[in-house]
Design a protein around this ligand. Sequence first.
Ligand code: NIG
Ligand code: FE
Length: 410
Amino acid sequence: MTTLFINIKELIQVRDISVKKVAGDAMNTLPTIKNAFLLIKDDLIEDFGSMDNVPTSADSIVDVRNKMIFPSWCDSHTHIVFAGNREQEFVDRIKGLTYEEIANKGGGILNSVKKLQITSEEDLYLQSAKRLEEVIKLGTGAIEIKSGYGLTVEAELKMLRVIKKLQQNYQLPIKATFLGAHAFPSEYKNNKEAYINIIINEMLPKIAAENLAEFIDVFCETGYFSVADTDKILTAAKKYNLTPKVHVNQFNSIGGVEKSVLHNALSVDHLEIMTKEDIVALQNSETMPVALPSCSYFLSIPYTPAKDIIAANLPLALATDFNPGSTPSGNMNFVVATACIKMKMTPEQAINAATINGAYAMNLSDKVGSITKGKKANFFITKEIPSYGFLPYSFGSNLIESAYINGEEF
Ligand code: NIG
Ligand code: FE
């Protein structure tokens, strides 16, 4: 079955030769073809090019005059499996409490943990599937989802099984990350060692036995997991071939970036607070720095210094961090706009960061993230827009007309 899209005003992020990621100056280049065609065969990109060379036949033809086609957004950092919401904390913060003060009072992550533990697997699945469908319609075509609101063996497994069910029922690539080290349960507040031992001796073997995760994450932060704790957990996870993707430098720079790089982390995420040493640690590594601007926006905390990171010849990816506490939004269009508006990324840099570099941060560069022959036909068609920069410029408008996963309209 072939589908031919013709008269595409501009086909965005076309890469004849597949690249794994783009870094430094190369992030300023966003290859496109104006007045283009795109040919899909079954679930894959078969061909693309200028309308001058348009193929003469296909099983079906779609005319997308005045509209553009982008490869789907690749959202490499989410927590979309959660129960209920934390609207009350939002109001508490408006009234003056900080995110950290709320967490210290037993709210924050532990508030979501309480809700998740009493939610059935079926209900949790339904709540999560609804969010997944919402973000697919907003252009996301590959996504990573973390556990981390369970914090008991049973509840972490429940979260990961929900992710597995999403993987089975939805066609887009979904990557699962085990984040048992998201916070210390209140009963282990004074015995952190014991909880870390549960992660290592009970959770990890069960997750590996059921093949429930590909990645391991730790919230490496003052008041959460120390650099030594992170080292211990990542070392234990190596035995099960789990690749690290680490929450670091959200509020403090404590050496977590360097430690993550030593563990060959696929990505380090947040990075709102970055020192020169953190940047140096990332140079000469294969670790992708990931910025989460919607989190900075929602919590009114600093934005990741994108310009410094790119000036250091590093790559940068953008993701949502969709979660009930710090980022109750999974909209990658808003992420791209906010990266341009607040982090001073150019549209070219932001689109590279939200597509090919996001794919890299999920180990998916060979399948998604660009318009390349043989990659998955995951893409979106815009509404009529004058230029690709119009997307971040008109922040808050939904300019996505339709989303395709594996060559089929979602
Ligand atoms: O990435 N920082 C740690 N974890 C999440 C927030 C979790 C929450 O508040 O529920 C984050 O921002
Ligand atoms: Fe997060």
